[in-house]
Design a protein around this ligand. Structure first.
Ligand code: GDP
Length: 436
């Protein structure tokens, strides 16, 4: 599982976002090409030498106002050493060592995590000696790079990914359901976790001799064990940083990486905004099955069809991801909180389903015949055959004459047809088109 998260830290204008873009541009494989709803992203998953990691640019989180930015930068360095797996501390060779660099360095020195001290804007060999003065930060050897031109970036990435485990994501299949409860601050994540862990029927049984991750909680529901990932922080409630967007983004990414089903908590009294949508995207882009828990349902005045109307509004806001199952819950009254886990179990099972090739073809080919893909060129596109090449998460391959000519909208159509006939509620599906 790719749970390695690297944060780029540094004062303004040293080249944080240039380095961020460079590191993403340098990837030797495009990990995610799915069209998203929002594009102003401050983090992305990437890959170097077969190793996946997520990179997050703290610069995007710094408020523009002059009087708060120094404090914000210090805060972000603090959060990065607590929550990220590695840190890139970027400084500017042309400016030399500044007091704010020294201050950030001071915070980072307390970290036990790998710190990569990148001295940016070293565009040529002649400038390399400029890196030497940053030894004074006490963070090991400064690494001269040029984020803009790309000088020494390959070597830098080699160092960066050294501790990352190789291999495809989730190669070791773990049958345990691992649920991440994610969502914006104050939607009621902690309350939901506490309601679940506090319910008398959910006996938590630590198995002697097994080492469990202390940040997770184990829950027993209907005689089955379920893990709630990254709950320690949610339960503690000493969340100094909780309202800081950078912090909650990091927490979300980490929890998503470690789960196989994500529960996105929404606040019924607030509706759905862009931040909620981004959280759903974070889960969907990482191919995690997802359900929505609309919390604080006790606060909503209900008439007949209120839930259904509400669901429609949510689906509209979610656009591409309008197929996610939705539950209306109250952590306060505990209404339907156990249902959240039961629904997660259900979609976890869906995610592992395999549809027989014959069945797929019998159902889908006649529909494709009736509504074939339109070609923008004189060449006709003929889809001949479909098969499910993988489950958990499911991948479907459609073999056709001209795969490159098939439009995105048709791919969506195929996905919708699969959902209509075979379910896969809440499960992200990948559709690939292959040359016959
Ligand atoms: P978190 O930041 O997402 O973990 O949110 P909290 O669990 O700390 O909840 C934020 C606030 O919402 C607290 O004041 C809770 O008491 C309140 N809250 C949480 N769940 C519910 C609910 O189901 N109904 C109502 N009315 N309030 C809730």
């Amino acid at each position: 599982m790719s749970s390695y998260i690297v944060a780029i830290v540094g004062r303004p204008n040293v080249g944080k976002s240039t380095l961020y873009n460079r590191l993403l541009g340098a990837r030797d494989a495009i990990v995610h090409d799915a069209p998203g709803v929002t594009r102003d992203r401050k983090y992305a998953e990437t890959e170097w030498a077969g190793k996946r990691f997520t990179i997050i640019d703290t610069g995007g989180f710094v408020p523009q106002s002059e009087d708060v930015f120094e404090r914000a930068i210090r805060e972000q360095a603090e959060i990065a050493i607590q929550e990220a797996d590695a840190i890139i501390f970027i400084v500017d060779a042309l400016d030399g060592l500044t007091p704010l660099d020294v201050e950030i360095g001071h915070i980072l020195r307390r970290s036990e995590k790998p710190i990569h001290l990148a001295v940016n804007k070293v565009d040529s060999a002649q400038r390399e000696p400029m890196a030497a003065e940053f030894h004074a930060l006490g963070l090991g050897d400064p690494i001269p790079i040029a984020a803009l031109g790309g000088r020494q970036i390959g070597d830098f990435l080699d160092r960066l990914v050294k501790p990352v485990r190789k291999g495809t994501a989730r190669e070791k299949k773990d049958p345990t359901l691992r649920i991440a409860i994610i969502g914006k601050p104050n939607v009621g994540k902690s309350s939901l976790v506490n309601a679940l862990l506090g319910a008398p029927r959910n006996v938590v049984t630590p198995i002697p001799g097994t080492t469990r991750d202390p940040i997770d909680s184990t829950l027993k529901i209907n005689d089955r064990e379920v893990v709630l990932v990254d709950t320690a922080g949610l339960r503690k409630k000493s969340r100094v940083h909780e309202s800081i967007e950078f912090y909650s983004t990091l927490r979300t990414l980490r929890a998503v990486e470690r789960c196989n089903v994500a529960v996105v908590v929404l606040d019924a009294s607030q509706g759905v905004d862009k931040q909620d949508v981004q959280i759903v995207e974070a889960a969907m882009e990482r191919n995690r099955s997802t359900l929505l828990a609309v919390n604080k349902w006790d606060l909503v005045e209900k008439e007949t069809n209120t839930a259904r109307a509400y669901e429609k509004i949510i689906q509209k806001k979610l656009g591409l991801y309008d197929f996610l199952p939705t539950l209306f819950v109250s952590a306060l009254t505990k209404q339907r909180v156990v249902k959240v886990v039961e629904a997660a179990e259900k979609i976890h099972a869906e995610q592992q389903r395999r549809i027989k090739t014959r069945h797929l073809n019998d159902i889908l080919l006649p529909e494709i015949d009736k509504n074939p893909p339109k070609s923008s060129s004189p060449k006709e596109i003929k889809i001949k055959y479909v098969t499910q090449v993988k489950s958990d998460p499911p991948v479907f391959a459609f073999f056709c004459s001209e795969p490159t000519l098939v439009q995105e909208s048709y791919r969506r159509y195929l996905e919708n047809r699969i959902r209509a006939h075979f379910g896969f509620t809440g499960v992200p599906l990948r559709i690939i088109l292959k040359k016959k």
